[in-house]
Design a protein around this ligand. Structure first.
Ligand SMILES: C[S@@+](CC[C@H](N)C(=O)[O-])C[C@H]1O[C@@H](n2cnc3c(N)ncnc32)[C@H](O)[C@@H]1O
Length: 350
């Protein structure tokens, strides 16, 4: 207890048990985790409002200018929070993105965040329900297919489109079918690169198909591209329009069929080989994660476990599956250190 001439006395309490409990929390790492959690939501809010576009236009903008049309009280505090977290810098009442703020809000960063929070947030927030069986993935708990489509499409065009173009080069494909097309970027990009190509994408998620149709319209290829809602794993039920394809792709979707066991994947490949006797290529792209905690691999692993997509596997366990099927793997494409780790298998009928 001590007294000061300036005001009421201060009584400093000492309780070792309370200190021990608080220190345990501080040392647990949780304070940083909570901050990261909030910052992730804040970055998505930046991108989900006009704020990010305004900040990108730069060079420096006043709070009033940045917050036009937004809640001024929340907005003022939000900008201050972002400055405190190192995303914004402020000088003379004006705000601008720091370098780290720029990096955290690139299209790639926001797409990765969008996949984990937007598309799979509804799943990761329900782990206890899934674990106890109170809820089942696919019925009570579902990912957001439209968000998955939208964010995968951003990543696709940057990282995968050049690989697909390389694999398809010289194969003479005239009509391309993308199985599990999500937001449709593969088909749209391929048709933009080759004005004589026609394309069709199929996906089971109606929300993703809406995103894909909109993408085709925005890129002016809607007259050469169709998108249909269909089950990738039931090829005999695919709409007629799919069946005249002479080039096929399945990107980050085939692994989901391991839910039905390895033989189910082999049977599906065999059915595809029978239905498309004229095909020039079946390009399968699959994530190839490592269990080393790098580049969100653990997060990706968790999502696969929760959604029963068949555990992610390395190429050494994909190749024997292809060997058992009616296909032969001609080439493998990888792209070390550039984008989500993927392996692309260029398959042709045996
Ligand atoms: C990770 S996303 C990949 C999307 C896109 N191919 C890409 O690479 O950006 C997987 C996609 O497969 C689709 N999918 C999963 N199971 C499917 C099924 N049985 N039939 C059709 N599409 C399916 C999902 O709806 C989702 O759009």
């Amino acid at each position: 207890m001590f007294t000061t001439p300036y005001g009421p006395e201060t009584v400093e309490l000492e309780d070792s048990e309370q200190r021990r409990q608080w220190q345990a929390f501080l040392l647990s790492g949780l304070p940083d985790m909570i901050s990261s959690l909030h910052l992730c939501h804040a970055l998505r809010a930046l991108a989900g409002t006009p704020l990010l576009e305004r900040l990108r236009e730069g060079p420096r903008r006043s709070a009033e200018d940045l917050l036009e049309g937004l809640d001024p009280a929340i907005g003022t505090g939000f900008l201050r929070y972002l400055a405190g977290r190192g995303i914004l810098e402020t000088r003379g009442g004006e705000f601008f993105l720091t370098r780290s703020g720029e990096f955290a809000t690139t299209d790639v960063s926001l797409a990765r965040l969008g996949v984990y929070l937007g598309a799979y947030g509804p799943v990761t927030s329900r782990i206890a329900d899934l674990l106890t069986g109170r809820s089942v993935y696919g019925t009570d708990v579902v990912r957001d297919g439209a968000q998955l489509g939208e964010h995968c499409a951003t990543l696709f065009t940057i990282f995968h489109t050049p690989t697909v173009a390389e694999a398809m080069r010289g194969r003479g494909v005239r009509r391309l079918l993308d199985i599990g097309c999500g937001g449709g970027q593969l088909v749209v990009d391929a048709c933009r690169l080759d004005p004589s190509l026609r394309g069709i994408g199929l996906d089971i998620d109606a929300g993703a198909i809406e995103v894909a149709r909109d993408l085709a319209r925005r890129h002016g290829v809607a007259d050469r591209v169709d998108f249909v809602v269909a089950d990738a794993f039931s090829p005999r039920d695919w709409p007629e329009a799919c069946l005249d394809a002479d080039g096929l792709c399945v990107m980050s979707a085939l692994h989901e069929h391991f839910r039905g066991g390895e033989d189910a994947v082999v049977t599906l490949l065999d059915e595809i080989a029978t239905l498309f006797p004229e095909q020039k290529i079946l390009l399968v792209g699959e994530p190839e994660i490592r269990y080393d905690g790098r580049e969100n691999d653990d997060d990706f692993f968790l999502i696969h476990v929760l959604t029963g997509q068949g555990l992610p596997r390395q190429r050494s366990s994909w190749l024997p599956v292809f060997e058992k099927s009616a296909f032969r793997c001609r080439r493998l494409f990888t792209r070390p250190g550039a984008g989500p780790r993927m392996c692309f298998y260029d398959l042709v009928p045996k």
